[in-house]
Each structure stands twice: as C-alpha cells, then as structure tokens.
Design a protein around this ligand. Sequence first.
Ligand SMILES: Cc1ncc(COP(=O)(O)O)c(C=O)c1O
Length: 370
Amino acid sequence: MTGLPPLPSVQGLGDGMLAALASMPDPAGAEFTNGLEHDLADVFSTEHAVAVSSGTMALHAALSAIGVGPGDEVLVPALTVVMTAAPVVLLGATPVFVDSDPATLDLDFADAAAKVTARTRAIIPVHLWGRMGDPASLLAFAAEHGIAVVEDAAQAAGTSRAGAMAGTVGTAGCFSLKDGKILWSGEGGFVLTDDDQLAAHTRAFRSHWLTPPPGSRPQEQIALNGRLAEPLAALAHANLCRFPVLLDHRRAQTAYLIRALGDARGLTPLLPATDETWNHYAPLFHIGLPNPRAFAEHLAQQEVPNSTGTFRLVPCDTRPMFTGADQKPCRGAAQILDRTLALVLTERDDEAALDHYAAVVTREAAAWCT
Ligand SMILES: Cc1ncc(COP(=O)(O)O)c(C=O)c1O
C-alpha cells in the first residue's frame, strides 16, 4: 500500500503567536489579523477576507450583512450541523429546511423551489464533508428566485467544482478555523466576499459597530464581539502558509483509508463528482449493512470517530428546537445521514492510526448482522 507523505511540520508554528503575545495588550492592534486577511484574500482570489471568532460568527455576520432579519426566511439544507441554522434564528429570521438528493448529496432544488416564498431572502448551501454541489445549478436557482447565496464552506477549504472554489461562488463564503478543519487555528473563522459593503458591514458587526460601514454611524446598530484573537490570527496565518501541505496530507490520508477499506463488507466509497476537486475532508462510505446508523454508532464505541456515530449528526430539521415547525421531514437528508459513514480524521493520524481504523472497521463490518 502507498504510504503517506510525512506529517506536516509544526516547526515555527508558534513563532507568530509568541510575537502576538509580546505585543499584548494592544487594544487597537490587529497586525496579525490584517496580515491573515490580506493573504486569505490572495489565496482564495477574493476582494476581501474578514477574520472572525468562529465559523458560526462568520455566518452570523454575513447573513446580517445581506440584511437577513425578522420576518425573513432562509433556505437551509437539513443535511447540516445546527451551527448553520442558529445564526438565522438569532437574526430573527426563520430557517426553512430543504432536502438533499441521496444520489449526489447536493441540494434537492425541486424541494427548494417548492419552499420559496415572498419572504425568502437567501439560501445557504453547505459543503458538508468538503463536498460541493453543482455551482451552476445553485446560481441559476438563486437568480431565478432573486435570493442571495451565503455559502457554509466551514468544512470545504480547498474544494473546488467546475473551476469555482468553495466559498467563492455566492455573495459570501463562510469558513471555520476550528481545530479538526484542514486550515485551523483552534477557534476562528472568516468570510470571503467581493462585495465592499458586505465586507465593511462584517467588519463593523464583529466589533460592536464601532467602525461603521459607509452610510452608517458608529454604534447605530447592535453588534457583537466576533473578533479573532491576535494570537489565533498569527496561528491561522502560519497554517495558511502550509495550507498546500495540509491539504495534500488530508487528501493522502483519506485516499489511504479509502484504499485500505476497499474490501470491507458493505462499504462503498462515495466518490466526488467528475468536475469536483475534493479536499478529502473525511473518508465517506455508503453503508450497505443492516441498521446502518447503529453500525456507525457501534464504530464510535470502538473508538473509530465518525460524524453520525460520534457526533450524533442528525438532519437539522429534526433537532428539538426546530421540530415545532409545520414542515414535512427531509427524508433524503435523513437517508444520507443514516447510511453514510464519514470518518473523522486529524492532521496527526499517521499510517499506524489509519491502519488501526481500517482493521477495526473491516472486522466489525464482517461481523455485523444486527
Ligand atoms: C458545516 C459547518 N458549519 C458551521 C460550523 C461552525 O463553525 P464553528 O465551530 O467554527 O463555529 C461548522 C463547525 O464545525 C461546520 O462543520
């Protein structure tokens, strides 16, 4: 079996953090945040990158910037984590859950179209597990209905499809820098956009509306502290410098595990679309075994971390805070989540760790008859 490239070096990773610490306290300081934003915009070829404290804050700020507020509806895939929907609710709007197509994992655009109303303001495509839906279908849908696209690209740094990078297709792209992501700083996030006003609004929103966007006065609007701490900006910047290496490493890890599980009973890899360059965020398999969710939970008990078994990922429309809504359940999303094994990798998983996962999964799949 082909080996992995060496573990990405952590040499010098903390140097910027130490420099940031040495300059603290500096209430006005944003040297490392400014540097990070400059280079993020460069790497992703966007006009602006705005660093914030989390992926959730990135979505919150971007949705606020496009004017989402009380009375509005926002189309959100049920195939997502609760953090995609929470900012919609916190802005006083209503998430309307849209189904996904089990054959492609992409949004079910017929279901989305049926759920558009005069109040629909935006759609949030979520590139879960780093998989990206078809950008042309998304943009055509948004244009037809006159709504904005705010991408949840939290897991999708490094994915592109039909030449478009995840997070650069819509009006704004929102990323998380939480550890476990390919590009990380422990906690953090950022918004990418080409829209000057959206960037200015996001900057104001992350810092109590102290420096308002053009046309607004300081503190005219309630906002939050969503700044990225300077030491974390320095760490994010150091990781951005090794992003190509981190990406290659995750791709190699995922490809290694998919190969290692080639003969595992009942597991079929979920391959990306032919025009997709996937970041390989998580090895993905269709589980063709009886009671597939229980199998994923069983693997979690055997210390093989995975989305549904370990993190109890369920369709967002079935979460207790949303079940009161008068909406039919999103069955495609439920089917995808029940039948997908999405293994959770970290940068440190070496060949021995991946071989161990492969051995446990192969053994348990062979024995599974529940
Ligand atoms: C798809 C998705 N959206 C949003 C978020 C929220 O990001 P954060 O945890 O940085 O707030 C995450 C984080 O795990 C995520 O995976």
